[in-house]
Design a protein. Sequence first.
Length: 674
Amino acid sequence: MPSSIKKEIEGLRKNLRYHAYQYYVLDDPDVPDAEYDRLYKQLLAFEETHPELITPDSPTQRVGSKPLSAFGQIQHQLPMLSLDNVFNEEALYAFDQRVHDRLLHDEAIEYTAEPKLDGLAISLRYEKGVLIYAATRGDGTTGEDVTQNIRTLKSVPLMLLGKDFPDVLEVRGEVFMPKAGFAELNRQARLKEEKEFANPRNAAAGSLRQLDPKITAKRPLSIYCYSTGVVEGGELAGSTQYEMLQQLQVLGLPVCRDIRRVRGVKACLSYYQDILNRRDKLAYDIDGIVYKVDAVAFQRRLGFVARAPRWAIAHKFPAQEEISHILDVDFQVGRTGAITPVARLAPVFVGGVTVSNATLHNMDEIRRKDVRVGDQVIVRRAGDVIPEVVRVVPGSRKASSVKIEMLSHCPVCDSVIEQIDGEATARCTGGLYCSAQRAEAIKHFASRKAMDIDGLGNKLIEQLVAQALINTSADLYRLTLTSLVSLERMGEKSAENLLLALEQSKQPTLAKFLYALGIREVGETTAMNLANAFMSLSTVQNAEIDALLEVQDIGPVVAQHIVHFFQQQPNLDVIDQLQSAGIKIKDHQRTQLTSDINSELSGKIIVITGTLPGMSRGEAKEKLIAIGAKVTGSVSAKTDYLLAGDNAGSKLSKAKKLGVKVINLESMLALLCE
Ligand code: IVH
């Protein structure tokens, strides 16, 4: 066989390994996916004609052919440890104190702070740079041989990169399923009417424990490496945990990008808070932070106790899911009449607060999850998202449980509830006759992004509506000191402040006013687009469907909602009354018109991510929309620019992957004026 073919094959493999590294480890591919596929196909073709040249470490050999009948066992040469936990600051300070005391060290300790990934621990053994086996943690001493399955993870190198590695290198890390992959897997399961996975961790475990590696290969599993096990015949460069992680990355092993080196407990806590704030936006599930004493010399001196190192601690986040049971179900009426079933729960501490109500979304969801009153349920509260009932605890159903049925009439105004075919949401047909819809409409009108009336909270609005002091948002401007102080718990000072705030809200921008009206599906962006396109309220009011369809982002459904809104006499009356009460919409700035602005960014599709220095993302968005840019939520091939601030994460990597231009706030401001 000509040696040139062998060379060709080796060249292709090297190339493919390099591109996989750029893609999976550095998140920074330098060729499009199609190019990778082309090289891969080329290699496949060569290997087909020269099967004698196929080696197990070839990128084509990830999926073995035969399913296993059972997993073998692997004895860990060094045990796989677990971590001690703390749940609050005091306990973390106590841990840090113990570290100081044992080391007789006065200065602040340097730690690596790492997200605590919620997946499964795995040990990868490389000998002479080649992946020999992969084992689960098992009981810490003996695990299962999942080599066949781990080989199907494209982010796990079958061969380490370079030459600078010890003869034997065991790498430990966490296999997990990214949230997006998990959502897609469950979506597919729903379509096929198969059982869904409860959470990404279960999905990762289930996927790894497949006897047929072809199934695992189809599951979106990833890995981040965080420590080493046996190291023989050489060393890893570096004298700290942080440097060790960097070295693993150099060898081709994926390491989490959100890991930081911090000094002292205060810095640990601010890292904890930062990650907790971003928890929902991270691409992967985590259940806390792990702090590890950074200096390996210190780690050696600290040693281990039982099954956990004395030099590391897990600082757990409040659980986002807990069990409670459904006491009853109420139906809430929203601003547009949407009826939402809400479960009244036995109070439960979840996601850091006590929750006693959780949304059941709509009847389709109730049927899909088969939720009944009396059931034990999993309640989830993640970040700012409204608490929800995720599912029934299997086997908890009692004979006394009661099915949930949609009401036929609105619980507030008794109007008929209608369910439009094809829509999941049922609606009260009462419109502004329904006091719940009126109250919700007024809450929306007064909210920060709308008229921004300080001191007019939801409870107060409900009180005002219940006492018939207001019926519409226009009535707000007819409130008097006397009527306000007649309310329970309303002092003269608060009443005066509220009247002042109402006075101050009388000059909204056109966009804010349009948004405040609460037209169905007209959010902030659409309101701004309408303002830019029509310049005045009366032109929007009189716009016909065709003209509305010309406006950026407005489709037939939204156009119809707008026209319908301005055809309703009660809505026109409220607008008239608002104007008579002294609401004067500020002149819409001609300079905000797209056609008048020659900004480089006009008409461009822009995504904003990360923390911008000295400006909120909302403000940046407003500025961009004002010059006719379109601000969207996720990066795709259509995105023109990514405006990235500090701590930009997956959107930044995706933008780089797709070759989307990345700009910072400073360059955005410069481009705005160009
Ligand atoms: S270090 C000697 N680092 O947490 C240190 N573990 O509760 C051993 N885990 O079994 C573990 N993220 O599965 C470490 N950044 C991280 C981790 C992490 C998740 C898991 C791991 C371990 C469990 C202990």
